[in-house]
Design a binder for this molecule. Sequence first.
Ligand code: HEM
Length: 546
Amino acid sequence: MLFAYLLSLLDRTQAAIHRASLTCWILLLSTFILLGLWIIWWLYRFVLLPRVRPHDPPTLPYLVPCTSNIDIGHMGGFFQDSHRLMARGVKHFSNTRQPFSIVILGKIYYVIASPIDATDFYSNTTTLSWDGFLNHTLHAFGVSPKRLEALWSRPEKATVLNPQRKCLIHLTQDLYKQHLLPGPTYSGLIDKYRRSLQDLSSWDKLSSRHGKEATARGNVFSLYDLCAQVMIDATQLSLFDPILFAIDPTMTDNMRTFTDQLWKLLYNSVLLDAREINSLREKYTRAFSIYQRLPKEMRKNEAWIVTALIDQYKEQGIHEDDSAAMLVMVYWTGDANAYKLAFWIMSYILFDPDLYTALVAETSPAISDNGDINMPYLAENCPLLRSVYSEALRLRKRDLAFRQVETDTHIGGKVLRGGNLALVPMCQLHDDRSVFGEDASIFDATRFKRETGFQNCTSYKPYGGGKTYCPGRFFAMQEIFAFVAVMLNRYGIQKEQGCQRFPKPDESSLTLGVSRPLPGEDLQVHLTNPQVVGICPEKSVADVCV
Ligand code: HEM
């Protein structure tokens, strides 16, 4: 009995070992087959194809092959640190700076990393189209793709505002230029901004709305909150009637989250959680739906361009949802960058007491005792402030400029194939050591003052170029100059004790436009109440006099 039992046990054990080793073999074989297939794919994709098609921009190798619209490609590196991915690409292709391609979520993006090619990128308005990319953006803001055609079709009748019967998109671009480039309507806009800023930056308003820890001498603020809330409010009041605040009082507070997460709508994919940005977009669209329906008498304090746009939307029979989505875009375009740049400029100043003192000396004639701001003085007589502004833009405007490749396009000795997207990584231009010197990665307050030619060199493109060269650049500069001058001259501002580290920027591709500080990388600052103590502007940051 015992012997028979032992024999059957031995049989079972042998069978189990046999099954286990069979499974191991199958696993091993599958692994080898998969590895073999992967090696064949990799050699085909990154070794053979570049030889067969030498004129196509080569693809920066990636690990996971896939062909559907969830092809991950370089997604990880792109969303974690797009600047590093671009630098890796340039280095991988031996620093030739010829166009190369990356793959993100199933789409091919051609990377244009040389300053000369970037200039061609901006000046080519026929086969590299902003319009194609704009459609993509309009859709992200909520314009129905089915109705996009209405925005591109020319109206039948000419009007006073649109004598050449331009389509709504091209007319909007013209109106922006007319309104935002120096001229009568621009002066009106700047004046509205000046008055709003003057009011919003009074001690009582600042302290009650943004203050965190009032003392007898002053109050503590988050620098990022201060820049965002004051500047977004002031810009909103310059463009729209104050009734917009009544329609949705949370618009300003939501702007940062909206800007920070907008990339999710642009890169639209099932892999991204876009619930929060979708609900914010709906909220903004609702607010603008209500706003545009108001009679003109109730919107009489809005900027000329807003009235002109709403009139045109109505005249051309644009669907209300689409015109509201376009107004959200107008609101976002005006607000999205300046507050972040003001934050970086203030941070650079607060970390350099000599710069603080020099800027107070330069800007103080523009701020009178009653708080009035002399905008032309700041624009024309403050070369150091202008240099600090340009340098901060160089180091913090590092995002990507996109174009839709409409048909095959020759650029930098390569052929970009129609149907894909092309991009210029601004970081590759703005970090150019051959132009800005070996210390290109370091903030130098006087770099642009010493070398005024940097403003127009091919490696400096914070405002883009060509036909879509930012028409808001004058307004942005003046609004930031005024904000900085008010902060430095109306109040004694200094870093709170114990928060000495310079804030780190978000180096991913997540922020559109000027980089945001990484979450949590803020500065706590102390502002001295000028009604309690006299401020000596000539003194350094640490020497607020009692
Ligand atoms: C520091 C602040 C700003 C920066 C860095 C900035 C940057 C840019 C850039 C790079 C472009 C070109 C995009 C491209 O061609 O790929 C652009 C376009 C544009 N910007 Fe700005 N901008 C700023 C402020 C503003 C402001 C305050 C406004 C409006 C009030 C504005 C209105 C526009 C408009 C309407 C366009 C599109 C022009 C067109 O399609 O012809 N910008 N901006």
